[in-house]
Write a protein that binds this ligand. Structure first.
Ligand SMILES: C[S@@+](CC[C@H](N)C(=O)[O-])C[C@H]1O[C@@H](n2cnc3c(N)ncnc32)[C@H](O)[C@@H]1O
Length: 243
């Protein structure tokens, strides 16, 4: 299948796409709210988000105040075909501040939970989950009836790209929402996990990231997968369903 990965800002990228030209949107935005909660005292980004080779940051965050977020969602709505699905990932804090904005634009059907199985960081309760909002444009059922709303999929440790998500997570999104030949879109492509899920599901893919390192990684990853059927960034990924 075809894939197209561009280096661009999410809104500029979406504006370059025709009306009703993609079939599923699956995306994992870089929320600035999330990183604010990860700063310790001096406004530093710490841990694996820090890149000592460059300007100290792996990537800049999307400005996710409600106004910018409305513009982003309006573009998602315009490019998505009618009677189609969208999945948007949220950490708990961005879900509180921006989740309601999604309901202004799309018909939200589920707040899904990604159970990462292993404990993460956290000053109080240790974080083990994220959310995925599942919504529709127009009416469309899921093509399967056996999909639960909690997804236990182990988080990746020591992945090559910071914030790299398991391909299985995006495969779960596509399981009831894609058909072979559909075009899947991710405007925050990162290392291209959603692209690999799309290709594995027999779909085409179009996506973008503002960071050149992400785009290089995602393109290399898709080229290797297309040539050899191997995902070089997550060779053991199996995408097991459901549960
Ligand atoms: C959470 S990461 C996505 C990770 C991806 N799902 C994966 O599995 O590798 C978010 C990405 O958004 C990108 N980004 C930040 N601001 C952006 C913007 N304005 N437009 C497009 N991409 C942006 C970052 O460079 C980062 O790669």
């Amino acid at each position: 299948m075809m894939y197209d990965i561009r280096q661009d800002d999410c809104v500029r990228f979406l504006r370059s796409l025709d009306d009703e030209s993609v079939d599923v949107i699956v995306t994992d935005p870089a929320y600035s709210g999330m990183n604010q909660h990860m700063q310790f005292g001096h406004g530093r980004i710490v841990g694996r988000y820090r890149d000592n080779r460059g300007d100290g940051r792996w990537f800049s965050e999307f400005h996710d105040d409600p106004e910018s977020y409305r513009v982003f969602l309006a573009e998602c709505h315009r490019v998505l075909r009618d009677r189609r699905h969208i999945y948007i990932m949220f950490d708990s804090f961005s879900l509180l501040s921006l989740g309601a904005v999604v309901r202004e634009v799309f018909d939200v059907k589920n707040v899904l939970v990604w159970d990462k199985v292993n404990l993460g960081m956290g000053h109080y309760f240790r974080r083990r989950h994220e959310h995925v909002l599942f919504a529709t444009k127009g009416h469309r059922k899921l093509s399967r009836r056996d999909l639960p709303d909690v997804w236990a999929i182990k988080r990746l440790t020591r992945a090559p790209y910071p914030t790299q998500k398991p391909v299985a997570l995006f495969e779960r999104m596509l399981a009831g929402s894609s058909e072979p030949g559909f075009t899947v879109c991710d405007p925050f492509v990162g290392s291209g996990s959603a692209a690999i899920a799309a290709l594995r599901s027999g779909c085409g893919f179009v996506g973008a990231d503002i960071a050149s390192r992400a785009v290089e990684m995602a393109r290399m990853r898709c080229a290797t997968f297309a040539a050899h059927g191997i995902d070089p960034l997550e060779p053991a990924g199996d995408g097991g369903l459901p549960g």
